[in-house]
Write a protein that binds this ligand. Structure first.
Ligand code: APR
Ligand code: ZN
Length: 253
């Protein structure tokens, strides 16, 4: 049975030889940045009902419930990229990772320097008023959230909705198409911090596998899909990813 150091070495060797690597991330890659995950121990869904706080029907019924939930998920001041985000950005700078596909809406990959980022579930960057169409930047809204005030548009509407995909909404089709294309053409597919239970995102590792790619997963807990991965590393992304990058750096010199 391989120990974690041998697995990190194996993953590093596979990635160092990659021609077109793709990284696929979930909430776990941001956990060490202080952003809570959804599932697993004390995940958000053990404290909030996703139907109430993260579905489009729930948002229309009670937008304040969504913003209360978002406060806990995304008050950006405390969330900064962690070594996992920086490690992934470095693999892109080395010309190995060609794209990051993320389910996260926290924009931390971009803030760590990743340039090609497909946000399957959108991001909090822009917020639109569903009544008058006015658009706000996240920073404007965050100040209101920091002051613990209700989020209202200048027109008085409470229906200020970030461009994130809520349950019951379609994923941005162009982003999904690019993510599927990347998953099909990569030769190495690296999953970092996802329970792989939300579709269609969770299909992406299957597309990569079917196209002959080598699969690596870095996740603190087992997932139902672990069996299709060539290398399974149960560890913290912020600790494991920098070690993998160190192996790659050593092999690429
Ligand atoms: N390092 C690596 N993995 C971690 C860490 C960490 N520090 N902390 C937690 N994890 C793992 C957990 O074990 C879990 O398997 O990250 C995974 C996070 O899984 P989820 O919370 O289900 O997040 P995600 O897979 O991104 O969820 C997908 O579900 O609710 C929707 O839209 C939401 O984008 C989200 C989607
Ligand atoms: Zn308005």
């Amino acid at each position: 049975m391989w120990g974690i150091d041998e697995k990190i070495q194996m993953a590093g060797e596979i990635i160092a030889n990659a021609k077109h690597a793709v990284v696929f991330t979930g909430a776990g890659v941001s956990a060490e940045s202080g952003v809570p995950t959804f599932r697993g121990k004390d995940g958000l869904w053990s404290r909030y009902d996703p139907e109430e706080v993260a579905s489009i029907a729930g948002f229309r019924r009670n937008p304040d419930a969504f913003w209360n939930f978002s406060k806990e998920l995304l008050l950006k001041k405390k969330a900064h990229p962690n070594p996992a985000h920086y490690g992934i950005a470095e693999l892109e700078k080395m010309g190995i990772v060609k794209a990051v596909i993320t389910q996260n809406v926290d924009m931390l990959h971009q803030r760590a320097g990743s340039r090609v980022v497909y946000e399957l579930h959108g991001s909090m960057e822009m917020v639109d008023c569903l009544d008058c169409g006015k658009t706000y930047r996240w920073d404007d809204i965050e100040e209101i959230l920091q002051r613990d005030e209700n989020v209202r548009c200048s027109c008085g509407s409470p229906y200020l909705k970030p461009r994130v995909v809520l349950f019951g909404e379609q994923l941005p089709q162009n982003v999904l198409a690019s993510a599927i294309e990347e998953s099909r053409k990569c030769d190495v597919f690296i999953v970092v911090g996802s329970s792989l239970v939300v579709y269609p995102a969770a299909n992406l590792p299957i597309y990569a596998k079917k196209s002959g790619a080598r699969l690596i997963i870095v996740n603190t807990e087992r997932t139902h899909a672990d069996g299709i991965f060539d290398v399974v590393i149960h560890g913290k992304a912020g600790e494991v990813m920098p070690k993998i990058v160190e192996v790659v750096r050593g092999l690429r010199h």
